[in-house]
Design a binder for this molecule. Structure first.
Ligand code: SAM
Length: 250
């Protein structure tokens, strides 16, 4: 058997609470929709119930219920079962264990949260990328992770995609004469702030994603006046309002 504790948390505290639950040894966390903030169900092995005294803090909006006995759960299996094909701008994306729902499709097996279309920032960047893509375009995919954005562009008509991960030395490794019609970077604000200014001399269109709505002004300041903002799209996931925007050189 396992034990389950219900943790009610404010949106502000949620990321910290999740990290603390993992530090306390949780086997898995489910997040349920809540009117305000989030309701987390955290599971622990029976006999290894940690002390929640430090976590339980109603004055900061964090309330931990008494542990309840529940049947054990195969977390890997449950996660796999929760994934389903997704269609973004006409392109189907699915893991290999889900049946095909149609063409064109990209089959990509997730190993982590990113790279599967499961995260809002991937869906947002893919939406803008596939809207902007013209047949024969050359794409620069910055922070490629699983390669989902570059592979999707190739499946949908790009002639070429250069995909860079952080360990490749990123943009410095690009030869001076390389030019791209489109670039995409889906990463948090801090790496975006380093990567975007370096990439602008290489591309005609720049799509940025991975930042929150209240960081939009900081993202706008990464672009010089010669760059114009075209579109911003947003999606709320687990109480966070994620943004992606498309910019072009005017
Ligand atoms: C949020 S994930 C996005 C992965 C994938 N592109 C997607 O859309 O699902 C961000 C990726 O950017 C990479 N990254 C972070 N900083 C970077 C940098 N300075 N240069 C290149 N890649 C970076 C990370 O290693 C990670 O794989």
């Amino acid at each position: 058997m396992s034990v389950c504790v219900r943790v009610q948390t404010s949106a502000v505290e949620k990321e910290r609470v999740v990290a603390e639950l993992y530090a306390l040894g949780t086997q898995g966390i489910e997040e349920l929709e809540a009117d305000a903030g989030a309701l987390l169900l955290a599971y622990f092995p029976e006999g290894q119930i940690p002390n929640f005294e430090d976590l339980h803090n109603p004055s900061r909006g964090v309330e931990v219920s008494r542990p309840e006995l529940v049947p054990p759960c195969d977390w890997e299996e449950r996660w796999r079962e929760g994934l389903a094909p997704r269609q973004i701008e006409g392109l189907w994306i699915r893991p290999s264990w889900c049946a095909s729902e149609g063409e064109p499709e990209l089959v990509i097996d997730p190993e982590q949260a990113f790279g599967t279309g499961e995260h809002a920032s991937t869906r947002l960047s893919l939406t803008l990328l596939l809207k902007a893509l013209q047949p024969g375009d050359r794409l620069l995919d910055l922070g490629t992770g699983s390669g989902i954005l570059g592979l999707a562009a190739l499946r949908c008509g790009a002639a070429f995609a250069l995909a860079l991960e952080v360990r490749d030395g990123s943009i410095e490794s690009i030869k001076g004469e390389e030019r791209f019609q489109l670039s995409v970077a889906n990463m948090l604000l801090e790496p975006l702030s380093r990567v975007v200014p370096e990439a602008l001399s290489l591309t005609e269109v720049m799509i940025v994603s991975g930042y929150l709505e209240d960081q939009s002004d900081q993202v706008a300041r990464l672009f010089p006046p010669s760059w114009t903002h075209k579109t911003t799209i947003t999606e709320t996931q687990s109480g966070d309002r994620w943004c992606a925007s498309c910019w072009y050189q005017s």
